[in-house]
Write a protein that binds this ligand. Structure first.
Ligand code: 6R9
Length: 570
């Protein structure tokens, strides 16, 4: 199985080719209030607009975690986010100020985030697992004046070392307050829920600052503007295929761009019911979340799918997952084996989507109405021009590997890297293009194939090898749950291929198994792709969004410093 044909259906993007030829971003503007006023607020368009248009009683948020189970309508969210907006005003936040949110997923996180945007602040969501240094560097760089957090996390905020940080809002019961610390519930109660909370913004005013770690150096603050919503809206409509009657679950945390663009804005701009699950990953919990909420559209990541895949199959059999009609993936290359598994157990194709923090929204995707080539990330979204260019900025013909680049100027493109123009300009070194840092090729049908981050590519015996292909073949072996592949310097070959392998719980290491895996790669892929060394390990280093950190594997291998590790999972 190499290609999966689309199922018949009435999809919001029925005809990719014709949309590609006729679509213009300008067509989207009329959906929104701001087309009449010229002023915008992405939080208003996500929540309040539905109330204004008669959908206030509709369920907007289905929240659950091991201790809470709550439902909010658009009307309720409108009022709560108005209160939050007034609260930030009352605490002297002004338009353009940075308000950070540092707490586990909970309704308050979403209410505070939208409330801050409503009153014109630029929000900065942080993963709850960040430790002191990671929190400090981000607050320092952004010069945030207010942070919303919990009593459990507040000790990781070095207030005395952060001169710009004026106020800390604590979400929790019976919190201690003083001139710097405020109680979220008390402050919220003291605020009205009226609409004067809304600050009408210009299209190019900022609303979010997402810090993302590069491979080296300090994290970059990627800055997005309110009109990015056009693309959140349209991609959620055409790629997620969201309608108002959908119950949609994006598993990502708002600390990762996926958890905001598609955990908040994409679904709510389309008026869908949004499922948010707090707490940690567990297969039972996740399947239960789908069953209990009747999730119809599910957006997750390869790392999660691989974990579910390596869970004994009797677990999934306990659940009724028949509500699902559409599954999507992002964050890492989607192994063909995972798509095959998805087809087998869910009877649905898993649709890969490619984009980055810097791009703000999806750019290259698979669509319900189009064939899926297993291992390909799909084709450019209508209105997006993607190309493979060489190191001089020249377009390469099909099937040649090079830099994945995007014609500059899409609505959700980052507008700056916070206080770092030089870094920003590096992305635009070639006239007219945004260069992603990913290596890929495009085939003759216009499908794009991911090969690796530029710095992950392996030169072995004169050949350039992408780690993804080998990793994907490794996980096809029945004993292998996950694999990370790197190039290890070698005097003769330049580099040799080294694989780090996590075995499925049902398998144990043996010399025969190691040999068997190598033979498997040789016969299934090629002799030059066989890892000369395989190291068996319990865990791979990953980012909090689930990306295998090949540079960390490399640094471990070479006994070198691993660079910035603030984005690494525990
Ligand atoms: C949304 C997000 C961006 C980097 C990107 C690429 C990798 C994302 C992918 C993918 C292969 C896909 N990536 N989606 N690689 N196939 N479908 O992930 O943003 O955290 O900034 O990461 O992730 O290397 O350049 P971000």
């Amino acid at each position: 199985m190499k290609i999966l044909q689309p199922k018949q259906g009435n999809y919001q993007l029925q005809n990719y080719e014709s949309a590609k030829n006729s679509f213009s971003w300008d067509d989207v503007r009329d959906v929104f209030t701001w087309s009449k006023t010229g002023k915008i607020n992405i939080a208003y368009e996500s929540i309040d607009r539905h109330v204004k248009e008669g959908r206030g009683a509709k369920k907007a948020l289905l929240y659950s975690d091991p201790s809470r189970n709550e439902t909010y309508t658009f009307e309720q969210l409108k009022k709560l986010t108005n209160q939050a907006a007034h609260m930030f005003r009352k605490l002297d936040v002004e338009k353009g100020d940075r308000v950070f949110i540092f707490m586990p997923r909970a309704p308050e996180l979403y209410i505070a985030l939208l409330g801050a945007i409503k009153m014109g602040a630029v929000v900065g969501p942080l993963f709850e697992a960040f430790m002191k240094d990671a929190v400090k560097s981000r607050l320092e760089d952004s010069e945030a004046s207010v942070i919303v957090t919990t009593p459990e996390l507040v000790s990781r905020i070095p207030v005395d070392e952060l001169p710009h940080l004026k106020k800390i809002i604590l979400v929790g019961d019976d919190v201690k307050t003083d001139e710097k610390h405020f109680s979220y519930s008390k402050e919220m109660k003291a605020c009205t829920d009226d609409d004067s909370a809304i600050e009408w913004m210009d299209l190019e005013d900022g609303f979010i600052l997402h810090y993302t770690s590069g491979s080296t150096g300090k994290p970059k603050g990627v800055y997005h503007v309110h009109q990015a919503m056009i693309q959140h809206y349209q991609t959620a409509k055409w790629v997620l295929d969201l309608r108002e009657d959908d119950i949609y679950w994006c598993t990502a945390d708002p600390g990762w761009v996926t958890g905001t663009s598609y955990g908040i804005f994409g679904p709510w701009l389309n008026g869908a019911t949004n499922v948010i699950r707090g707490g940690r990953f567990s297969p039972d919990d996740w399947y239960d979340t789908i069953e209990k909420n009747n999730v119809t559209v599910w957006y997750s990541a390869p790392t999660a799918f691989r974990m579910l895949m390596s869970t004994p199959s009797d677990v999934i059999k306990k659940y009724d997952l028949s509500s699902i009609r559409h599954i999507l993936s992002v964050g890492e290359p989607l192994n063909p084996e995972v798509v095959r598994w998805g087809w087998e157990v869910f009877k649905h194709r898993i649709h890969d989507t490619w984009w980055m923090t810097e791009t703000g929204a999806m750019l290259i995707c698979n669509y319900l109405s189009e064939p899926i080539k297993l291992g390909s990330m799909g084709k450019p979204f209508p209105g997006i021009e993607a190309a493979i260019i060489d190191n001089n900025g020249k377009k390469l013909p099909p099937n040649e590997m090079g830099n994945l680049a995007i014609k500059k100027g899409w609505p959700s493109q980052m507008r700056k890297i916070w206080k770092n123009d030089e870094k920003f300009n590096e992305y635009f070194a070639f006239e007219g293009w945004y260069v992603s840092g990913d290596t890929a090729y495009m085939d003759e049908d216009g499908y794009f194939w991911f090969q690796g981050r530029n710095d992950d590519l392996i030169m072995t015996a004169g050949e350039r090898v992408g780690p993804f292909e080998i990793e994907s073949k490794l996980v096809e072996h029945k004993a292998v749950a996950e694999a990370g592949v790197i190039g290890k310097p070698d005097e003769i070959r330049g580099h040799i291929i080294k694989a780090f392998v996590v075995l499925n719980p049902s398998h144990e290491y043996s010399e025969e198994l190691e040999k068997e895996i190598k033979t498997f790669i040789k016969t299934e892929l090629s002799a030059h792709a066989v890892p000369k060394e395989i190291e068996f390990t319990d865990k791979l280093p990953k980012t909090r969004s689930g990306k295998i950190m090949r540079r960390v594997l490399k640094a471990w291998e070479l006994n070198e410093p691993a660079g910035d590790l603030s984005s690494m999972d525990d």
